[in-house]
Design a binder for this molecule. Structure first.
Ligand SMILES: NC(=O)c1ccc[n+]([C@@H]2O[C@H](COP(=O)([O-])OP(=O)(O)OC[C@H]3O[C@@H](n4cnc5c(N)ncnc54)[C@H](OP(=O)(O)O)[C@@H]3O)[C@@H](O)[C@H]2O)c1
Length: 246
């Protein structure tokens, strides 16, 4: 197994900072995202920052069949990749889509189905190699269902449970499965939201993800204080919680 880093959704603002840190460590990077234009810009930037190699693949990560085709074509990845990051995701407008099944289904394709497909395939690579690290960006939104974002939250929560299962499957091996749960992060995904003191920068979250990968943690809240906020939110009895507007 090589020491390469494979990033799905590499054009995400958070992933960009993850890729920068790995470039500075001289890693070989493989970037997958839907925008050829953005991939080309990233390739130049990461090469200049010290990556030993940068390969890019244009794949629509909101389309299961395209992702499956890509994974089938890249059988040799498993020999070169030590770390896989899954970063793509999309925050839909809850009220606008909650009564529209087609919109809900497409939100699940990008937020849940393609990450599950990738995680499933990566698990078989790592099982064969006996090692490897998979880090997936889920969200604090997956910790408890709320009326303001349950389409997104259920996808992220389902993804967290799936990762927990894979982690348990490999619990006695050196294979690491890391669930990254950010709170609010200032990125294009949240550009429409009013910013407040709970918002973190994409750079600090990207750095936190690289630290989590190096330390091999299981579940990481970013910034750290979200662990305590969610601990309290999860303690609220459902009878009370269902009446709240959080
Ligand atoms: N920002 C937050 O507050 C926050 C909080 C918790 C978790 N997260 C998670 O963090 C991860 C990174 O997001 P970010 O905040 O860095 O946002 P971002 O900069 O908007 O990045 C989103 C990424 O997902 C891709 N993407 C979005 N919709 C897609 C679709 N329908 N089909 C294919 N690809 C699609 C984007 O591709 P393009 O570049 O081509 O648009 C981009 O690579 C996501 O999984 C997100 O759910 C974010």
């Amino acid at each position: 197994m090589g020491n390469g880093v494979l990033i799905f959704g590499a054009t995400s603002r958070i992933a960009e900072f993850v890729a920068r840190r790995f470039a500075e460590e001289g890693k070989a990077l493989t970037l997958v995202a839907r925008s050829r234009e953005k991939l080309d810009v990233l390739e130049g930037d990461l090469t200049a920052r010290g990556a030993s190699a940068v390969s890019t693949f244009q794949v629509d990560l909101g389309d299961v069949s395209q992702v499956e085709k890509f994974l089938n074509e890249q059988q040799n990845f498993e020999d070169d990749i030590e770390t896989v990051v899954i970063a793509h995701g999309f925050l839909p407008d809850q009220e606008a889509i909650q009564n529209n099944w087609d919109e809900v289904a497409s939100a699940y394709e990008v937020n849940l189905l393609t990450p599950l497909l990738i995680a499933t395939r990566v698990a078989t690579w790592f099982e064969k190699q006996g090692r490897g690290t998979l880090a997936v960006i889920t969200s604090v939104a997956g910790d408890r269902g709320r009326k303001s974002n349950y389409v997104y939250g259920a996808a992220k929560g389902g993804l967290s449970l799936y990762l927990q299962g894979i982690r348990n499957r490999f619990g006695k091996t050196p294979i690491r499965i890391i669930d990254i749960r950010p709170g609010f992060v200032d990125t294009p995904m949240t550009a429409h939201l009013k910013k407040g003191p709970l918002f973190a920068s994409a750079e600090s979250v990207g750095d936190g993800i690289v630290r989590a990968i190096h330390s091999g943690k299981d579940i990481v809240y970013l910034p750290w204080f979200w662990r305590f906020i969610l601990m309290i939110i999860k303690l609220i009895p459902e009878q009370i919680f269902k009446r709240l507007s959080l």
